[in-house]
Structure formats: structure tokens, C-alpha cells
Design a protein around this ligand. Structure first.
Ligand SMILES: Cc1ncc(C[n+]2csc(CCOP(=O)(O)OP(=O)(O)O)c2C)c(N)n1
Length: 346
């Protein structure tokens, strides 16, 4: 069984991953960061109603998205995500414009047709199940796809992520119990991204356990590990190890990533920049110090991604809002009960 604590990254780990891959990771991190900053601006500028997202989690979420076995159906990985996961979906190939669409609540939003709030993805072709604003329920729904994949002959796995405060809820513990039943262990990569806060409540005032990953201790077959999720090298290696364990052994793995929360909880808490470590700055510093890239390489990426986002935003501004009559669409799988109004609404 892998150790319960993280080993420090090897000194040459940057070079092992290689400049080309690191630059690709950097590009996706920049795309995610600029997207979130644009979404914040939209929420403050009347171009949307509410923002919640994941700036500060890119060094963990991009490697996660890049290591997914992407596709539709039981033979591909299933993702039960929460609202700070944009960098995961972007690394899988989602387009920033679709998040802008959901923020502006336009009818072209592919995730919810302009009906849900931002960073609530639903991507059937990538097995990304709809994100719930009710926290932690994703740990319960992940049991379902975990069971399907435990029964199927496949190397595909289920991934569930959420925050540290939510682990106080029963759904998280149901997931641990179900994933570890000796009669049918489940191939679930159980992730907790620990940013130290539950809205405005400090984690240190709430958690008697030292690490969230210590919840693995009662289950001898489930490794538990805590890593520095602001470090791209540590994140990449830990995810590789965890994915490989779950895919091969068809058993769960509990991974806790400590990250920054760079713009606070949401637009409700102001969404202003907070002086915590910035994983993109750390990556740029690490690459520059090792001669793997220059400041000009990074600037090119920032400029190109910003220009692409400008064009996408311009496009979304002229897209239509949903028709009023569409308000009942997709509410019930088999149509509306006869007691519901079918026209207009009141
Ligand atoms: C069941 C439920 N309880 C409370 C809330 C309100 N709420 C939204 S986010 C949040 C804090 C979640 O903190 P954490 O789990 O650490 O995740 P983070 O937002 O920090 O990533 C709470 C309490 C909710 N959405 N759902």
C-alpha cells in the first residue's frame, strides 16, 4: 500500500515532466485563471448574477483533467465535480465560451440552457454528471457509477471532488463506507480540495482530525494522502499514483490537496484577490529557474488566451436569453404533470 504521507518532489522532477508538457499545463492554467477572472468581472458588471469558481486550484485541477480517461459510458471515467472545477473541464477540452454562456444565462449555455448558475457543468459526452449547488451530494452519487464500474470489465474509474468543510456531512462518509465494503470495493478516486475555509469559517476551528486524508485510516485497503496542491510537480505525481492504484486494484483512494483560494468564497464575499500563494506564479518561477522557459514564452500565452477570451465574450453578448415558454423544458423526464401551466407562466 502506498505511504500515507507525501514524499517531497525529486529535484529533477521538472525536467522529468519536460518543457513541452509543462508549457501545455501552463497554458491550461492560464486559460482557467483568465476565465475565472472574467467571470468575476461579469458578475460585478451586471453581465451575470453570481460567481463561484476555482482560481487558485489550477495546479491540481489541470493535471487531474489531463489524466482522465475521457469519453461517454461505463468504460470511461465518470466525474462528480463541484463548482471549483473549471480547470478540470478545460483540461478535458471544454470551451471557456460555454462558461461565459452559463454566467450570462443565455440559451446557448450547453450545461443548463441558461437556467443554472456558473461553474455548474453537465457534459454527457465526457461523463461529467451535473454539478449540484447542494454541497457534498456528489459523494453519494459517485457511489452509483462506482458500483457500475466495479461490476463492468473496465479500467475506467469514478472521480469525485469537493471541499474540506463539506466532509463534515454524511454524504462524504457514506462514500467512504460504500467504497470500502469488502463484498464490492469501488474504484473511486475520492478527492478533497482543502482550501482551509468553509465560506468564512476557518477549517482549523472545525476539524479534530489532523488531515482530511486521515479518514482513510479505518480502511486498510484505502490509501490516504495529503499533498501540496499548489505545486504542479507534486500534484501531477500524486494523481498519477492515485489513478494507477484505483485503475489497477479496483479499490478507492483518498487524496487531499491543499490549495489557495485566491478570490475568496464567491461573489457574495466580494471576490477580491487574496494574498495567498499563486500556483501559476510558482510554476513560472520553477520553469524559469531551471531554464525550461522564458518570461516571453509565458507572456505569449497570457496574451493569446486573453485575446481568445475577449472574442468569446463579445460573441456571448449577442446571444439570446431563453424563451419564457421553455421554462418547463427538461424539468421532468416524462413531461409535465397536467396540473402545471404549459404557457407563459405566472
Ligand atoms: C447542503 C448544503 N449546505 C450548505 C450550503 C451552503 N454552502 C455553499 S458552499 C459552502 C462551503 C463549502 O466549503 P467547502 O466544502 O470547504 O468547499 P469550498 O467552497 O471551500 O471549496 C456552504 C456551507 C450548501 N450549498 N449546501
Amino acid at each position: 500500500m502506498p505511504p500515507k504521507t507525501a514524499a517531497p518532489a525529486a529535484p529533477d522532477a521538472y525536467k522529468k515532466l519536460g518543457a513541452a508538457k509543462l508549457l501545455k499545463i501552463h497554458e491550461l492554467m492560464v486559460r482557467a485563471r483568465l476565465l475565472e477572472e472574467r467571470l468575476i468581472k461579469m458578475s460585478k458588471g451586471g453581465d451575470g448574477f453570481f460567481w463561484i469558481g476555482g482560481p487558485g486550484e489550477e495546479a491540481f485541477n489541470v493535471p487531474l483533467g489531463m489524466q482522465i480517461k475521457k469519453g461517454h459510458g461505463v468504460n470511461f471515467d465518470f466525474l462528480h465535480l463541484h463548482y471549483r472545477s473549471a480547470a478540470i473541464t478545460l483540461a478535458m477540452g471544454a470551451k471557456p465560451i460555454d462558461a461565459l454562456r452559463q454566467m450570462r444565462s443565455v440559451a446557448t449555455d450547453p450545461y443548463s440552457k441558461g437556467r443554472n448558475f456558473v461553474n455548474h457543468y453537465a457534459i454527457p459526452e465526457y461523463n461529467v454528471v451535473p454539478v449540484s449547488p447542494t454541497i457534498e451530494t456528489q459523494y453519494s452519487t459517485s457511489i452509483g457509477t462506482g458500483i457500475a464500474q466495479a461490476r463492468a470489465k473496465t479500467d475506467a474509474v469514478t472521480i469525485v471532488n469537493g471541499g474540506d468543510a463539506g466532509t463534515a456531512e454524511g454524504d462524504f462518509h457514506s462514500c467512504l463506507v460504500w467504497a470500502n465494503r469488502p463484498v464490492l470495493p469501488l474504484p473511486i478516486l475520492i478527492i478533497v480540495v482543502n482550501n482551509g475555509w468553509g465560506i468564512s469559517t476557518a477549517g482549523r476551528t472545525q476539524h479534530g482530525e489532523k488531515n482530511i486524508s486521515d479518514w482513510a485510516k479505518p480502511f486498510p485497503d484505502m490509501p490516504g494522502k495529503t499533498i501540496n496542491g499548489n505545486d504542479i510537480i507534486e500534484s501531477w505525481a500524486a494523481l498519477e499514483e492515485a489513478f494507477s492504484y484505483v485503475r489497477k486494484n479496483r479499490k478507492p483512494y483518498l487524496l487531499e490537496a491543499r490549495t489557495s483560494r485566491l478570490y475568496g468564497h464567491s461573489s457574495s464575499s466580494g471576490a477580491n484577490r487574496i494574498p495567498e500563494p499563486d500556483c501559476i506564479e510558482l510554476l513560472e518561477k520553477g520553469m524559469t529557474e531551471r531554464g525550461l522557459a522564458k518570461a516571453a514564452d509565458f507572456k505569449k500565452t497570457w496574451d493569446a488566451e486573453a485575446a481568445a477570451l475577449d472574442a468569446a465574450h463579445k460573441q456571448v453578448k449577442v446571444e439570446p436569453f431563453p424563451e419564457t415558454a421553455s421554462v418547463w423544458e427538461d424539468v421532468f423526464a416524462d413531461g409535465l404533470p397536467s396540473s402545471y401551466p404549459t404557457k407563459g407562466g405566472s
